[in-house]
Ligand binder design. Structure first.
Ligand code: GLY
Length: 594
């Protein structure tokens, strides 16, 4: 039975138990894993094991994160890998730092590269094939984090992934399900077909996936991470691109640099919430939504009550409207982070919300630049240059998305923390494996606004600030998050799920901090999502009682069941110092302590 069907059944049971027993209300959810000495959670048991082994050998959270990230790259090729990029948030000692190792647009990329001569979007051009790929950053990012903070030798932390690639592993139902959905794409690229299919058919659960080329690439990377960006690996990427009208060149690879950026941080109750700054929209809108909730006592309104859900939905609607207008690469634009994350701005937008009635998204607009200017706390004013709200030129219909992108959370004995989300974007990325390297390339270029108002694969629209330019970073929703209380680590969370990442992290955070749930229940609980456009509320079909949904409908919300949600994971620290961790039962991940 697939994990998804398992989930529906366990979800239905959970809902039933919730209805039947009110004390303790969250008893039906899975229990978290507890440990005193360190913990790893990731989307795959073998990747979690790789991280735990490194912690056992005396590695710190960064060492374990490198091992776990590279292991995910081997065992979850459909979600994330060394052909993609991501974001790392870390607390090493007192400071919280963030590293952007997201893909960049190739130096010859151009604004209209996915449009035809008539200015129409060429279907799938930003999603499939060589032209869809951005310059990969995973190896450079991991090497930079390790150079700064790692304790064990680099080759030691790369070793578990080499072993997994060389010796192989048995694929799961989830792998097969993902591969099946991309069967045609994988079969159309000779190297991808060779590695990820048997004569064009997806591997079946239990089949062994051995990746010899990837093992050789990882061995070269273990010698020197720069080998990815220069030398024979880079030449192979350059050659393959030239042969297939792709854009990534040796010059792109050689000039790739990860960037340490200031995380965005804000107060929620007594907690300090830090998350990823632009070029991810995740942190800004997580804080914006928390600020819009403001002092409303959600616990008094009741967990999953219509009043609490209505406020969350309306706050999400406003945040995603602002996202469409103001978010993009901060190295190319002035992004009004300070205003958007200002609690007073959240409070101001809150006043628009009618607590009894849903507002149609057509009546909710991104803030006017003059309004944001009033809330800008930074020395430089918000850019005066406002753009028009995007006009949606085609129906914003996100594809049913599932487990692409991957998150891992790690806490070591000294309470150093890593919250890392990375991706090849849509499942199996561009569907292109560079011959002889085993590197599956991303399709991250789709996260740009490929034309004003044209939604990406997740239904998100964007504007001028997220238009394509050479060397620019596409806007992300990845939201690796770390919460502290009086400087002490309290909670780290992250999730995959495209546009739903931000709202997933938000709800897990609220479940733990506001509703006092343990992290097992917090991660497992049913979720809602609204992203302004399309104007509808996605709900976990089993997660809400019918009366609640009926009341939301009465208030004017368009409710739509969504069966696939990102497999989040989280680690929290209890007052007695114990860690509790949970990997989402929506996927196959595990939390393991030591
Ligand atoms: N590719 C999904 C994201 O970065 O949000």
């Amino acid at each position: 039975m697939s994990d998804f069907r398992c989930l529906s059944r366990s979800g239905a049971i959970a809902s039933l138990l919730l209805l039947l027993s009110s004390t303790p209300i969250f008893a039906a959810f899975p229990r978290p894993t507890n440990s005193q000495n360190g913990m790893v959670t990731s989307a795959h048991p073998l990747a979690t094991e790789a991280g735990v082994e490194i912690l056992k050998r005396g590695g710190n959270a960064i060492d374990a994160a490198v091992a776990t990230t590279l292991a995910i790259s081997v065992v979850e090729p459909f979600s994330a890998g060394i052909g993609g990029g991501g974001f790392l948030l870390t607390k090493m000692g007192k400071d919280i730092k963030s590293l952007d190792f997201r893909e960049r647009a190739p130096l010859t990329a151009s604004r209209n590269m996915y449009l035809d001569a008539q200015g129409k979007v060429r279907p799938n051009a930003s999603l499939e094939g060589h032209l869809a790929a951005g310059v990969p950053g995973t190896i450079a990012g991991l090497a930079a984090a390790h150079k700064q903070y790692g304790k064990l030798p680099w080759r030691t932390v790369v070793a578990p992934a080499i072993k997994l690639a060389r010796e192989g592993f048995n694929v799961s139902e989830i792998y097969t399900e993902q591969a099946k959905s991309k069967q045609k794409l994988l079969a159309s690229n000779p190297a991808a077909r060779e590695i990820f299919t048997r004569n064009g058919q997806p591997l079946q659960p239990g089949d062994r996936l051995i990746q010899r080329d990837l093992a050789r690439t990882l061995i070269a990377v273990a010698r020197n991470p720069q080998n990815f960006y220069t030398g024979s690996i880079a030449s192979a990427i350059d050659r393959d691109m030239r042969q297939h009208k792709g854009l990534i060149t040796l010059a792109d690879l050689k000039s790739y640099q990860p960037k340490w950026r200031e995380p965005v941080c804000g107060k929620f109750r007594q907690y300090n919430v830090c998350s990823m700054a632009p070029p991810s929209s995740g942190g800004v809108h997580l804080l914006q939504i928390l600020n819009t909730i403001g002092s409303t006592d959600l616990a008094t309104l009741g967990w999953h009550s219509p009043d609490a859900l209505h406020l969350l939905i309306e706050s999400m609607r406003i945040a995603y409207a602002d996202r469409s207008e103001y978010l993009g690469d901060p190295d190319f634009n002035r992004i009004p982070v300070s205003a958007l994350t200002n609690p007073a701005y959240g409070n101001k937008r809150r006043q628009e919300i009618n607590l009894d009635r849903a507002r149609p998204s057509t009546t909710v607009q991104p803030a006017k630049p003059e309004l944001l200017k009033q809330f800008d706390r930074s020395p430089v004013g918000v850019s005066e240059r406002g753009t028009q709200p995007p006009t949606v030129t085609q129906p914003a219909t996100p594809r049913a998305e599932s487990l692409e992108t991957s998150h891992l959370t790690i806490v070591d004995r000294d309470r150093n923390v890593v919250s890392l989300t990375f991706t090849v974007n849509y499942r199996f990325g561009a569907g292109v494996v560079v011959p002889g390297t085993g590197i599956l390339l991303n399709d991250e270029m789709d996260d740009f606004a490929i034309a004003p108002g044209v939604p990406n694969v997740f239904g998100l629209v964007g504007g001028e600030k997220n238009s394509i330019a050479p060397g620019k970073t596409p806007l992300s929703s990845m939201t690796p998050t770390i919460v502290t209380e009086n400087g002490r680590f309290r909670l780290a969370i992250g999730a995959p799920g495209g546009s739903t990442i931000i709202t997933t992290v938000l709800q897990i955070l609220l479940n733990v901090l506001e509703y006092k749930m343990d992290v097992g229940a917090a991660v497992a609980a049913g979720r809602i999502h609204h992203q302004w456009l399309p104007d509808r509320v996605n709900v976990d079909p089993w997660g809400f009682d019918p009366a609640t949904l009926a009341e939301l409908r009465r208030r004017g919300h368009q409710i739509e069941a969504r069966s696939y949600w990102g497999n989040a994971n989280a680690i929290g620290q209890l007052p007695d110092g114990r860690l509790e961790g949970a990997a989402d039962q929506r996927g196959e991940g595990t939390a393991r302590g030591l």
